[in-house]
Design a protein. Structure first.
Length: 374
């Protein structure tokens, strides 16, 4: 097997080999994405009095023995309250060979609703990182931050990638790849090589340009009604969000501890033989947290004939402690690229009916109207 992230056809082979199992459940074909597999919520959740750090000396269930105070049945659906940590055993379990490791990410719609999630495994001190050869259960910590959410057994909030060795591209390799197949566009033109910003990844900047009436983002309302994550295209966005308009000079001021959805200035294009992960903004540069989800499948924003000029990335942003000003084209996060073990047999976009290909807004698929209107 080649080094890199396992593509869709190899993930289906991994299922056939029982590297990923689901007990009495069937893993549906649509769970296999170009470079990842959806992970589904099991039949119950534990409500926890607080979150916790995993460790290498105990199982997850041993760790929460004195932290869980209620078991919640998810089979007919249940509402998870804001700012309460929950732990959910997932349907899928792993039986990885010694040469294969895994990494989990929230699905895009999960991050866009400010639902904080991370995967835990037994005897492992890291979140979302799953050691090579791991054999055991997967657990998902779920913390709804802004909205109460309704969930149900079988709902996928996260996804997992399988990979062999380290296939991450260096900055020099990123420049060479951009020269061959543009990774970032401004409008219809590739970002010039001289303007690319690199530091162990490819920086992406913020779009807060436009007139005083234009909508450059959304600010979450507190105390809205719960959002049913199992229903798509049913909610009015104004019941949950306030529009954000730019100040003169192309900037906005983020209020502390409020959740914002913004868009990247650049269109992002992921070639078929690569995947990318959006990394959080460097905390040494300011009290700003960006991008809670962050995985980009092969084919996101890509067209071989360059008829598509990338898709803009949704940025999930929260300022910490104090108000924080951000300006147009300010770098706020970066992309790390990894090689695929081989090109997937399906790509993000029309192949799998993707929700966010060519997006011009940042609202999740749960809302009726997702195109910004002044």
């Amino acid at each position: 097997m080649s080094t890199g992230v396992l593509p869709s056809q190899q993930l289906r082979d991994a299922l056939a080999r029982d590297w990923i199992v689901a007990g009495p459940w069937r893993i549906p074909a649509e769970a296999v994405q170009p470079a990842s597999l959806d992970l589904r919520l099991g039949e119950h959740a534990w409500a926890l009095r607080c979150s916790f750090l995993p460790d290498s000396d105990s199982t997850v269930e041993q760790k929460i023995e004195d932290l869980a105070f209620e078991t919640i049945d998810l089979r007919d659906g249940a509402t998870l309250e804001r700012d309460r940590p929950y732990l959910v055993p997932l349907i899928e379990e792993l039986r990885l060979p010694a040469t294969i490791r895994a990494k989990a990410n929230p699905k895009s719609s999960t991050g866009r609703l400010d639902v904080f999630t991370r995967v835990l495994t037994d005897r492992n001190h890291r979140f979302d990182e799953i050691a090579a050869g791991y054999r055991g259960r997967l657990y998902l910590e779920v913390v709804p931050r802004t909205f109460a959410v309704r969930v149900k057994t079988g709902l996928a909030l996260n996804q997992v990638r399988l990979m062999s060795a380290d296939a991450r591209l260096s900055d020099e390799q990123l420049v060479a790849l951009h020269r061959q197949s543009p990774l970032l566009y401004l409008g219809s033109e590739p970002v010039p090589e001289s303007e690319i910003s690199l530091a162990d990844g490819l920086f992406v900047s913020l779009d807060v340009s436009g007139s005083d009436e234009s909508i450059v983002g959304y600010r979450a309302k507190k105390n809205s009604l719960p959002i049913d994550l199992t229903k798509v295209g049913t909610l009015r966005w104004r019941d949950y969000w306030e529009p954000v308009h730019p100040e003169h000079g192309g900037r906005i001021v983020l209020e502390p501890e409020i959740f914002y959805l913004l868009l990247s200035a650049e269109g992002v294009s992921i070639p078929p033989s690569y995947a990318a992960e959006m990394l959080a903004y460097d905390p040494t540069a300011g009290e700003l947290r960006t991008h809670y989800a962050g995985f980009f499948d092969p084919g996101f924003g890509y067209a071989k004939d360059r008829s598509r000029h990338g898709s803009r990335a949704a940025l999930e942003v929260r300022a910490r402690d104090v108000s924080f000003m951000v300006e147009h084209r300010q770098p706020v996060c970066k992309l790390a690229f990894e090689r695929m073990a081989e090109q997937p047999d399906v790509l993000y976009g029309e192949d799998i009916g993707s929700n966010y290909q060519g997006q011009v807004t940042m609202l999740s698929k749960h809302f009726l109207e997702r195109r910004p209107q002044p």
